[in-house]
Design a protein around this ligand. Structure first.
Ligand SMILES: Nc1ncnc2c1ncn2[C@@H]1O[C@H](COP(=O)(O)OP(=O)(O)O)[C@@H](O)[C@H]1O
Ligand SMILES: [Mg+2]
Length: 269
């Protein structure tokens, strides 16, 4: 669900004061490009340096996702920016992050960003989902989409990001940083390379190249073919539903790529 993004200056004065209590005087704020779920996404220059502030009204249906994002932050690897503070005040939920002064990843074929994205995901693939916080289970997230009798394949202990939209991957120098942990999920480690493969297709990779990219990750390479086939079918069903609800061109495109991916992952009879 998208939300109108407002500039930092439009936040109520007491909230801006609470931010200044954390950061020192705020000198300037600029709204960040990309994404659509945050009511505030601002680069804020302060006495103590720059900080990225992301926020959502406390009565917004997505506020739970933002609180999950805050809860997972201490468990994330170094490829993700640090969370400095979390404020819940006067109708707003705000997160203050380490500023990643970069640009959105370029997923097009031959892009120099792809090895950097791969390295960030390799890092993440080593992380187990923390047991003590409430995150989604892949089995629940794919329950309505996986073919009957295949859901057990999605089960696992890895910490998954699952939303590799290129505006959630920021490139700075020779590193890719993963932002926007609104959907931290516990599940089979191969799910993340699979969701990234679909995004690569959307950026112009033929399905064979996208699957070859996923194959670079041991989790995917060693996964059972039935598991990957189930993932393909579930992904096609999920994006088919999204495109049916609201058929914008990019959603229709994603649904088409997901159907192609599903065909490529279907076992040869
Ligand atoms: N730590 C950060 N530093 C700099 N820019 C960021 C940072 N985190 C996110 N952004 C920028 O803000 C945009 C929106 O943030 P994101 O966390 O993706 O929220 P959403 O997509 O839910 O609105 C991102 O696409 C990115 O351009
Ligand atoms: Mg985003």
């Amino acid at each position: 669900m998208s939300i109108t993004r407002i500039p930092f200056e439009r936040l109520p004065a007491d909230i801006r004061r609470a931010v200044a209590d954390k950061t020192g005087t705020v000198h300037r704020a600029t709204t960040a490009p990309g994404g659509m779920n945050s009511g505030i996404a601002s680069i804020v220059e302060t006495d103590s340096g720059s900080v990225f502030v992301k926020g959502i009204p406390s009565d917004h249906p997505q506020v739970g996702a933002q609180r999950r994002e805050a809860a997972i932050a201490p468990h994330l690897p170094a490829s993700c920016p640090r969370l400095y503070w979390h404020l819940e005040l006067d109708g707003w939920s705000l997160l203050g992050y380490e500023l990643v002064d970069g640009r959105h990843a370029d997923y097009t074929p031959g892009s120099q960003d792809l090895p950097l994205v791969e390295a960030a995901l390799v890092d993440l693939q080593k992380v187990a989902a923390p047991a003590d916080i409430d995150i989604k289970d892949a089995v629940d997230r794919w329950a309505d989409y996986a073919p009957p009798g295949t859901l057990q394949h999605f089960d696992g202990e890895a910490l998954l990001h699952t939303d590799y939209a290129p505006d959630n991957v920021l490139i700075v120098g020779d590193r890719a940083r993963l932002v926007d942990w609104a959907w931290p999920t516990r599940g089979a480690a191969w799910i993340d390379p699979g969701t990234l493969a679909l995004r690569l297709m959307n950026a112009g990779h033929p399905v064979e190249a996208a699957v070859a990219f996923a194959d670079r990750f041991p989790s995917w390479r060693n996964a059972r073919p039935e598991a990957l086939a189930a993932f393909g079918a579930a992904t096609a069903s999920l994006w088919g539903e999204i495109a049916e609800e609201n058929g914008t061109p990019w959603k229709l495109g994603m649904a088409e790529h997901a159907a192609t991916l599903a065909r490529a992952l279907r076992p040869v009879p």
